[in-house]
Design a protein around this ligand. Structure first.
Ligand SMILES: Nc1ncnc2c1ncn2[C@@H]1O[C@H](COP(=O)(O)OP(=O)(O)O)[C@@H](O)[C@H]1O
Ligand SMILES: [Mg+2]
Length: 303
């Protein structure tokens, strides 16, 4: 039976693991971020004092923490979905543990505790690209965009080479480290490509960054080009400091001014063309591989 749960009287301190909590071989230091599906903590390995980032599976719509830190389903109906999501979260960890690349967050280990799952990652110091853009502390130059996105695309290519697609590339999932060195985070939506078996998973859609095939759940049309739309949209959002109009709206009536027009004279035409190419509404009209998009950028760096 699910335990009594009333969101109105739920103690605030149960929302997150408190500083000092010991979990596996780590001590929680503080919470770094929380979203609808998980919480991320800064923690320290007890033995050698190395700092790590730990991501905890805690889908707020389905489950909550109780007095002894155990995570339990909110009600009987949520239980199956919670368990299903927990398995997928574990898959995210396993995929990541095998994907080593300088632009991809490094998974050190993963473990089950408190009836949920934890992913231990190398802690990287940086600022989210979304925050960086919002704060407008720096001028978004061609040089900045090429530095960040060329390195990011190397990581994305690695994912594709392993027959996966990330499916949630957006500025909020890109950490910018010193030297404008990007790190791709959040493999919560990762999927095998081509998909081996049709799995029931909750659809992750990021408005403005996910292309139509993803929004409409046309899984058979999902591929590397799906990530490339998100990369194009991320670059564009850096240039105009807001998320582009959603692909679903664009499909009805495309109000997105092509980058070649909107940013004319601010950036080289070849670069703007490459962004427009990546953001084509129809999947087949986009670059089909990271290589193709990088080549379009390459023309620039070589010019
Ligand atoms: N390895 C890490 N090092 C530093 N910060 C991290 C790390 N992983 C996650 N974060 C921080 O936590 C936030 C949420 O992580 P993310 O994996 O995107 O989870 P969610 O699924 O909740 O969006 C990130 O935007 C980032 O600020
Ligand atoms: Mg995220």
């Amino acid at each position: 039976m699910a335990e009594y749960y009333d969101p109105a009287t739920y103690p605030n301190e149960w929302n997150y693991l408190q500083p000092g909590t010991i979990i596996d071989q780590y001590v929680i230091e503080r919470e770094l971020a929380h979203g609808g599906f998980s919480s991320v903590y800064l923690a320290r390995q007890r033995e050698d004092q190395i700092q790590v980032a730990i991501k905890e599976y805690l889908p707020r719509k389905l489950a909550h923490r109780t007095w002894n830190n155990k995570v339990v389903a909110n009600d009987e109906e949520s239980l199956r979905l919670f368990q299903c999501g927990r398995n997928l979260f574990l898959e995210e960890a396993k995929v990541l543990a095998n994907l080593k690349h300088p632009s991809i967050v490094e998974v050190v280990s993963f473990f089950s505790a408190n009836s949920t799952v934890y992913i231990v990652m190398t802690y990287d110091y940086g600022i989210g690209l979304d925050k960086m853009i919002k704060q407008k502390k720096m001028k978004v130059t061609l040089d900045f965009l090429l530095t960040v996105f060329n390195a990011l695309l190397d990581g994305v290519e690695k994912i594709h080479q392993h027959h996966f697609v990330h499916l949630d590339i957006k500025p909020a999932n890109i950490l910018i480290r010193p030297g404008y060195n990007p790190l791709l985070l959040d493999f919560g939506a990762v999927q095998a490509f081509p998909e081996v078996a049709q799995k029931q998973r909750s659809k992750v859609v990021s408005k403005g960054f996910s292309p139509v095939e993803q929004c409409h759940g046309k899984t058979q049309l999902i591929g590397p080009w799906t990530d490339l739309y998100a990369v194009g949209a991320s670059i564009r959002s850096c240039m105009e400091a807001k998320a582009p109009v959603s692909s679903v709206e664009r499909l009805k009536k495309d109000t997105l001014t092509p980058a070649v027009k909107a940013f004319k004279r601010k950036f080289p035409e070849t670069f703007l063309k490459a962004i427009d190419w990546a953001m084509a509404i129809e999947p087949e009209r986009r670059p089909q591989s990271v290589q193709e998009l990088k080549q379009a950028f390459q023309l620039l760096t070589e010019a």
